[in-house]
Design a protein around this ligand. Structure first.
Ligand SMILES: Nc1ncnc2c1ncn2[C@@H]1O[C@H](COP(=O)(O)OP(=O)(O)OP(=O)(O)O)[C@@H](O)[C@H]1O
Ligand SMILES: [Mg+2]
Length: 369
């Protein structure tokens, strides 16, 4: 996974080279940030083979390379023999072996990070939300999860040197809380053309768990066609909670959720996009809570959720418009470091000092807690 981690810039260069190559050579349209499946033609695969793969959600050579043979054998129209041939063909097209730690270090330094809109928040993330990775944002209602998503949907479109990744955004919305008017305000704050920013966000309401999963296939095909930087799923667990109820359905729920989260990881690996998903919390009566700083809430989804993302962020309400973001689980940052930020009309911003908070509250535009 490390080799595939967040190499958006490198991928973009690769994409440009591929575009030129395809335009000159085969004369086919290619717009993805990755290797188009059409490269398999040169290895003896037919249009029909490619169609079968695409229908099963394998829209790029990387997707085929990262999938296990067992999974590929489940694709309708692809025989066991063909899977072996596929595996052989993709070996030469996608790097999947060992790399030296020096190379990994270099690659990690190049990882594009998305700014949250608040310097302190970025700092606890080591610069921002990493592309090529999964970030879970959890917290209780109105803690700011959806507002963080709105801000990232804009900042991901900024130039790299301003904390963006110059890419489009796909937004899977299971709660119906996406608000274009919020995007407009945030775009204005960052000096971007609001109309263009809205145009670059592909939004879909998810109505059930199955639909939510299907939307990932659609998102993947869009990502082959154009340069995407971010996929948002807000919230990843809401539909699971309403569709699978009670202890009896827990194993099924976890199994399906695990598959969904794996698909998200595959997309992050494949397209180098940042994947940000939100999650709720439940009250816990865990007597060990005292050892977690008196935390009486925990994210839902158990171990499956806990291990799926590279970074877990816990958002908590603060005074007025202020919020606290806490690193819950990160491979490179210490746990339990936190940052204060504020939710304003212009999206996520630096913490509002007490005086300003009081004034905003008086004017009636603050949080009404
Ligand atoms: N235009 C705005 N200006 C200032 N603050 C706003 C604005 N819109 C929303 N907020 C703040 O954002 C809060 C809601 O945050 P958000 O919708 O991100 O919560 P959430 O964590 O996604 O909650 P839920 O679990 O219900 O989805 C509101 O309570 C309000 O304080
Ligand atoms: Mg929300």
């Amino acid at each position: 996974m490390a080799a595939a981690a967040g190499q958006l810039v490198e991928r973009n260069n690769k994409r440009d080279a591929q575009e030129a190559e395809l335009a000159e050579g085969e004369g086919e349209a290619a717009g993805g940030v990755v290797t188009p499946l059409e490269h398999l033609h040169a290895h003896g695969f037919t249009d029909r083979d490619l169609k079968c793969l695409k229908e099963a959600g394998y829209t790029t050579v990387e997707a085929v390379a990262y999938a296990s043979s067992r999974l590929l054998q489940q694709v309708k129209g692809i025989s066991e023999q063909k899977v072996a041939k596929l595996k052989e063909a993709v070996k030469g097209l996608v790097h999947m072996g060992f790399s030296s730690a020096t190379e990994i270090n270099l690659m990690r330094q190049q990882i594009v990070k998305l700014t949250t809109g608040c310097a302190g928040f970025d700092a606890i993330l080591g610069g921002g939300i990493e592309t090529g990775m999964l970030t879970e944002v959890f917290g209780e209602f109105r803690s700011g999860k959806t507002q963080v998503c709105h801000t990232l949907a804009v900042t991901s479109q900024l130039p790299v040197e301003q904390g963006g990744a110059e890419g489009r955004v796909a937004w899977i919305d299971s709660e119906g809380t996406f608000r274009p008017e919020r995007i407009t305000k945030i775009a204005e704050r960052f000096g971007l053309d609001a109309e263009q920013v809205l145009e670059n966000i592909a939004h879909a309401r998810a109505y059930n768990v199955e639909h939510q999963t299907e939307l990932l296939v659609q998102a993947a095909s869009m990502m082959v066609e154009a340069r995407f930087a971010l996929l948002i799923v807000d919230s990843v667990t809401a539909l699971y909670r309403s569709e699978y109820q009670g202890r009896g359905q827990l194993a099924d729920r976890q199994g399906h959720l695990c598959q969904f989260l794996r698909k998200l990881q595959r997309m992050a690996d494949e397209f180098g996009i940042a994947v940000v998903y939100t999650n709720q919390v439940v009250a816990t009566v865990d007597p060990m809570a005292v050892f977690r700083g008196g935390e009486d809430k925990k994210p839902i989804g158990g171990h499956i959720m806990a291990h799926a993302s590279q970074t877990r962020l816990y958002l908590k309400k603060g005074k007025g418009q202020n919020r606290v973001a806490k690193i819950y689980d990160s491979p490179s940052m210490p746990d339990n470091i936190d940052a204060k930020f504020a939710i304003t009309e212009n999206g996520v911003s630096d913490e509002i000092k007490d005086k300003d908070n009081k004034r905003q509250k008086k004017n009636g535009d603050g949080d009404d807690e």
